[in-house]
Design a protein around this ligand. Structure first.
Ligand code: GUN
Length: 322
């Protein structure tokens, strides 16, 4: 009887060890892509560059941000951009406008910034009120100062592989892939969402003959009938459609790299702010399956701001257009 119990105990111990090693293996094989640490590192590097510029007697880089209205999320994003300017040693200007500003008046503000020699680059925070034509506004920005990389000239130049401002969110994603040494060559990258500021440029960048790039890219969107089937083929899955927790574990291939660009405010009375930030990926279940994943918050969002700082430094140094 005693030996029977001992054998049973050994069997249970072995089983437990097996489960433990499987779990440990899972934990080791999934790596979190930390946007907080990476963006802080990028900003430290930028600060060193700014100090060098100032030591060389050059002027302090200057970013201006135009904010129309008082949308809570937009105010938060712009505040974070202004704060980042301070961290890297830029001058910043916040130009707040009433939500009822006319399109013509806003175009005048843009013209003023285009002609202001002290401003190296500027952004107009989106979305804009419905009565303003966003394309008209973006096209009014001097491409040389378009540090958001939204102007058709910058998008066209980027698509052709010419020097251009690359829009901040896709640029931030590329930087994360690079800094985490993620292989992209020959991989299948599936992008979910075709927005002008994320999905579309992301798909163009991932197919370029460059690193990160050289992927076979599939761009899916709201009219794609078999998103799950396509997502399951992704080695690299970039999700940018703004639907909280849209991507579930059954849509992700084992070992895939998952980049979550979503950032939606969802009502949550348990939070002091009254809302929680949700990504487009169901993190808890998807993270069990992938090799790398970005969290929300703490992932791509912070890199977007760091990328904007990077573009502003390029503008100050006149590195894109001379
Ligand atoms: N709204 C959401 N993301 C962005 C961004 O990257 N730039 C601007 N200007 N507006 C945004």
């Amino acid at each position: 009887m005693d030996s029977c119990l001992r054998i049973l105990f050994i069997i249970l111990l072995e089983k437990d060890k097996h489960i433990y090693s499987r779990n440990v293996q899972k934990k080791v094989s999934m790596q979190l892509i930390d946007g907080k640490v990476t963006s802080a590192k990028v900003k430290e590097e930028l600060k060193i560059e700014v100090d060098k510029l100032l030591e060389a007697g050059k002027k302090r880089p200057h970013l201006a941000a135009v904010l129309v209205g008082s949308d809570g999320a937009s105010e938060t994003y712009v505040a974070s951009k202004i704060r980042s300017c301070e961290q890297v040693g830029f001058k910043s200007s916040l130009i707040k406008q009433n939500p009822d500003i006319s399109e013509a008046e806003l175009l005048k503000v843009i013209e003023g910034l285009n002609n202001d020699a002290d401003v190296d680059g500027f952004i107009v925070q989106l979305p804009l009120p419905k009565h303003i034509n966003v394309d008209k506004v973006i096209e009014a920005i001097d491409p040389k100062k378009d540090v958001d990389g939204f102007h058709p000239i910058n998008i066209g130049r980027m698509a052709k592989g010419l020097p251009a401002y690359i829009s901040a969110t896709p640029f931030g994603v590329l930087e994360l892939l690079k800094r985490y040494g993620i292989e992209t060559n020959g991989k299948h990258c599936v992008v979910i969402g075709r927005s002008q500021i994320v999905g579309l440029p992301m798909s163009i960048l991932m197919q370029r003959n460059a690193y990160p790039g050289n992927c076979t890219v599939t761009l899916t969107h709201s009219r794609t009938t078999n998103i799950k089937e396509i997502a399951l083929q992704a080695d690299i899955l970039v999700v940018a459609l703004g639907k909280p927790e849209f991507v579930t574990a059954d849509m992700v291939k084992e070992g895939a790299v998952v980049i979550d660009v979503g950032l939606t405010r969802v009502k949550d009375d348990s939070k002091k702010s009254g809302f929680a930030l949700k990504g487009d990926v169901k993190f808890d279940e998807v993270s069990e399956k992938c090799s790398f994943i970005t969290p929300v918050p703490g992932g791509v969002g912070l890199m977007t701001v760091a990328a904007l700082m990077h573009n502003t430094l390029l503008a100050a140094k006149k590195e894109i257009y001379g």
